[in-house]
Design a protein around this ligand. Structure first.
Ligand SMILES: [Mn+2]
Length: 442
């Protein structure tokens, strides 16, 4: 177990963005038998001052690191991590092994390219800023924030989101169209550096296939753990609540001032991707950033009213249909519902109106996993789209989604399918049962 924790932490440390954290190596972990506490021994290259600052940075990040350990090792109880300087390293003990690990053939962190991303944004002059198909608040808020930041740098920049679906109504107050969003690919797209924010895979970029291939250069900024790094430069911060949170760091590095408009766009990304600061991805850093954004002029109440108190009546009626069809499996551990194409038509709902229904399903007592199967009300769409949510560490819904060609996060994922509602339901129930069974055997 000690070695497993050490491995997770070693992988996690390079993704931390705290400037205090220097060149640090985890040399050992000693967890107590009951897994309540763990001492994490680290060595730090540099002066005593750098060592102290690194330890401060690690202390500050202990919550994020702890939840990562719990998630990756699927622990019911997570040891409280205490960081300590390992004096043994100075005496050369364990060093050979560690040097081997740091050798160039070791894993290269493609996800930690802050400087490369910043340099690319600085150097180039013309940009196409985009996000993923079926955009959510993080996608739209991050896209807008990036666009505004590039404009402040005096760049020639265009926001673009293709695809047939209208934008979700709760983001109408962002006035993206008025602010220059294009739904048709600009004629000069092939000459613009593509900036993809919050896109977990190349195929989701811009709501239109082939955009990444077309671009002369692609900058990929994201927080999805399964992002393969499809850009020419990539900054993928798995521990970040939202892409908006990653962008705040990028803008600081770029020296872009947080205007009230940029701050509000980032705040929308944060508040929506954290479920109003209540999901497990909400960290002290997220909350501090939220405070900074409010200080910089983000209007909390305006965003609340815009995003959450602007529900179309048809959306309410669509929710009613989904709730009416909800079923529980495995003694209530799995809640599944579905929406047929006819449902959308009968209540006059557009495709994005089904967003958020899954969160109502997952709130059911005893539910570990919730799923919403829906038939997109448009031609050319896959027959069925499935959203999955997990409320526990033991179940990784992105693994289930990947088995069907989808993807996402451990706690939120999705896939498309041509199978029937019944077949999809059976598949989900079976996969969850397998994962829960595996976790129980540990
Ligand atoms: Mn996101």
């Amino acid at each position: 177990m000690n070695e497993a924790i050490r491995q997770v932490l070693s992988d996690a440390l390079p993704t931390l963005k705290d400037p205090r954290i220097g060149f640090v190596t985890v040399t050992g972990v000693e967890a107590t038998r009951d897994l309540e506490h763990a001492t994490v021994w680290v060595s730090v290259l540099g002066s005593e001052r750098e060592r102290e600052r690194t330890l401060e940075g690690l202390e500050a990040a202990h919550g994020v690191l702890q939840s990562r350990v719990a998630r990756e090792l699927r622990l019911r109880r997570t040891p409280v991590l205490a960081f300590a300087y390992d004096p043994a390293v100075e005496r050369g003990v364990r060093m050979t092994k560690l040097i081997d690990e740091l050798a160039p053939e070791g894993p290269v962190t493609k996800t930690d390219d802050m400087q490369a991303v910043v340099a690319a944004l600085r150097e180039h002059g013309r940009f196409l800023v985009t996000s993923h198909e079926a955009p959510d608040g993080d996608a739209l808020g991050s896209m807008l924030a990036m666009e505004l930041a590039l404009r402040r740098l005096g760049k020639d920049t265009v926001m673009f989101l293709g695809g047939p679906a209208p934008l979700p109504g709760e983001y109408r107050f962002l006035e993206l169209h008025e602010r220059g969003l294009r739904r048709e690919r600009p004629a000069d797209a092939a000459e613009r550096v593509l900036v993809a924010v919050d896109c977990a895979s190349a195929s989701r970029v811009g709501g239109e296939p082939g955009l990444v291939e077309l671009a002369p250069f692609t900058i990929n900024v994201d927080h999805h753990h399964d992002n393969p790094g499809f850009g020419d430069v990539n900054l993928i911060v798995e521990g970040a609540s939202s892409t908006g949170e990653v962008l705040a760091d990028v803008f600081r590095e770029l020296g872009v001032e947080l205007t009230s408009e940029i701050a509000e766009a980032l705040y929308i990304a944060l508040v929506t991707d954290t479920g109003r600061f209540q999901y497990a991805n909400t960290t002290p850093k997220t909350l501090r950033l939220a405070a900074d954004l409010v200080e910089a002029g983000a209007d909390v109440h305006r965003v609340f009213q815009g995003v959450y108190e602007n529900v179309q009546f048809a959306k309410l009626k669509l929710l009613a249909r989904a709730l009416d069809r909800a079923q529980v499996f495995e003694g209530g551990e799995i809640v599944v519902s579905h929406l047929l194409r006819d449902d959308f038509e009968a209540v006059g709902a557009a495709e994005p109106y089904s967003e958020g229904i899954i969160d109502v399903l997952r709130s059911v007592e005893g539910a570990l996993v919730s799923a919403l199967i829906r038939e997109p009300p448009r031609d050319g769409a896959p027959a069925r789209k499935v959203s999955l949510r997990s409320s526990v560490d033991e179940v990784d819904v992105s693994a289930i989604a990947r088995k069907s060609g989808g993807g996402g996060h451990r706690e939120a994922a999705g896939f498309s399918s041509d199978l029937s509602v019944e077949e999809i339901t059976e598949f989900i129930v079976r996969e969850v049962a397998t994962q829960v069974g595996t976790a129980a055997e540990r």
